[in-house]
Design a protein around this ligand. Structure first.
Ligand code: HEC
Ligand code: HEC
Length: 356
């Protein structure tokens, strides 16, 4: 009798204890969850509703023209390159190649980043030599590898011959010279400014802690604790500063990058444009939105997979070796940055018929 009482009471005590423990751990987990969310909110931001320039409405006419021009290949010197050739809906606004292929099969010196959310970055291109998406679109016209036009006048003549005059008149009402390369830039820029891709991570940042899986949350924690968020932060999880690529050692020793004719050696990032030694090997930190969908990685496409890129980053930028579990967790977090391909982007527009 005594014995059975003892057994009974010890079971009861154990039950009470484990119930208490359960309450304690779930309360602990909830406060950990809240602490992580608070930390994340201090480092990242949800995507804004709009990235329209101040005082410039993204009118339907302008966006529609921008989309047509984005898909238009007949302005390039071989008639085959449009923005969409290298910024394709099938590849989340990139092209899936280590290095892009331009007019007449010319190899571009760098990997094509996605155009989604790029209007929110502090500047365009790895070296930041284009201030805005509008400027980027204008200068592509005379790039010897992308469009290959000899002058802006040549590009404008082609646009007129292709039948775009009424489109520009509608998109830029009342302007004496509506059809111009400046307006080509403004229209394409307006279209690009619509290409925002909200993702589960935005729902999380707005307070829905269930929007991320347990593994993604662990990955977010590891991403922050390892130091990744020191460079990859803000609404676009990157794209807001220039940083040296290869802090602990020369990047090519780890990435296997080869010297390139275009750079007379290794790509020195921002230095290629500024010629300032202080900018040597400084690259714009890429945004990480949709990064799981845009392999291969780095400015020269040398990392084929995301786990590989994550491991290399930890080693080159932070001098840390990540375990397989840490890499998998970070990748799971990065997957929560994948939004849907904007519906309007994926559907090819009908283009004007050339008049000749
Ligand atoms: C032949 C391929 C190709 C074509 C055509 C092309 N691009 Fe790109 N794009 C690239 C590459 C490669 C880069 C990276 C260049 C760099 O960083 O130096 C890039 C960079 C960009 C960026 C900057 C992204 C960032 O994260 O900094 C934007 C925006 C962009 N392109 C938009 C366009 C638009 C708009 C057009 C059409 C007017 C266009 N591209 C045509 C290959 C191409
Ligand atoms: C000191 C700044 C810095 C830190 C810290 C840093 N990064 Fe980066 N990250 C960069 C720069 C700069 C690049 C561009 C490198 C290049 O291609 O030239 C980059 C590129 C990447 C890319 C490839 C993106 C693409 O589209 O090609 C991924 C993925 C990435 N970082 C993830 C991480 C992760 C995960 C961590 C933490 C382990 C991390 N980064 C830490 C600066 C940093």
């Amino acid at each position: 009798m005594r014995k059975s009482t003892w057994v009974f009471s010890s079971v009861a005590v154990a039950a009470v204890c484990s119930a208490a423990l359960l309450v304690a751990t779930s309360a602990g987990a909830a406060s950990d969850d809240q602490a992580l969310l608070d930390k994340a909110k201090s480092l990242f931001k949800p995507l804004p509703e709009s990235s329209a320039l101040e005082n410039t409405a993204l009118t339907p006419e302008r966006v529609a023209l921008g989309k047509a021009l984005f898909y238009e290949t007949r302005v390039s010197s071989d008639g085959r390159q449009g923005c969409v050739s290298c910024h394709n809906p099938a590849y989340y606004g990139g092209d899936s190649l280590p290095l892009s292929l331009g007019i007449f099969g010319k190899v571009l010196p760098r990997n094509a980043p996605t155009v989604f959310n790029t209007s929110l970055l502090m500047a365009q291109h790895y070296g930041g030599n284009r201030a805005t998406v509008e400027e980027q679109a204008v200068k592509a016209l005379t790039s010897p590898v992308a469009y290959g036009n000899v002058s802006y006048e040549q590009a404008e003549k082609k646009l007129a011959t292709l039948g775009y005059q009424p489109w520009f008149d509608k998109a830029f009402p009342g302007e004496a010279k509506a059809l111009s390369v400046e307006n080509w830039g403004k229209a394409i820029g307006a279209f690009e400014r619509t290409l925002l891709t909200p993702a589960p991570f935005d729902r999380y940042l707005k307070g829905d802690t269930k929007a991320l899986s347990a593994q993604a949350k662990q990955g977010l924690k590891t991403f922050i604790d390892t130091g990744c968020a020191g460079c990859h932060n803000g609404a676009t999880v990157g794209g807001q500063s220039y940083q040296k690529f290869g802090i602990t050692q020369d990047y090519w020793l780890v990435t296997g990058s080869t010297e390139k004719e275009a750079f007379k050696g290794y790509d020195k990032g921002r230095f290629q444009d500024t010629k300032n030694e202080a900018d040597a090997f400084m690259f714009k930190v890429p945004q990480l939105r949709n990064v799981a969908m845009t392999p291969p990685y780095f400015h020269d496409g040398t990392a084929a997979t995301l786990p590989q890129a994550v491991r290399i980053m930890a080693q080159l930028q932070l001098g840390k070796q990540l375990s397989d579990t840490q890499v998998a967790d970070i990748v799971s977090f990065l997957q929560s940055l994948t939004g849907a391909v904007p519906a309007d982007f994926a559907k090819a527009p009908s283009l004007p018929v050339a008049s000749h």
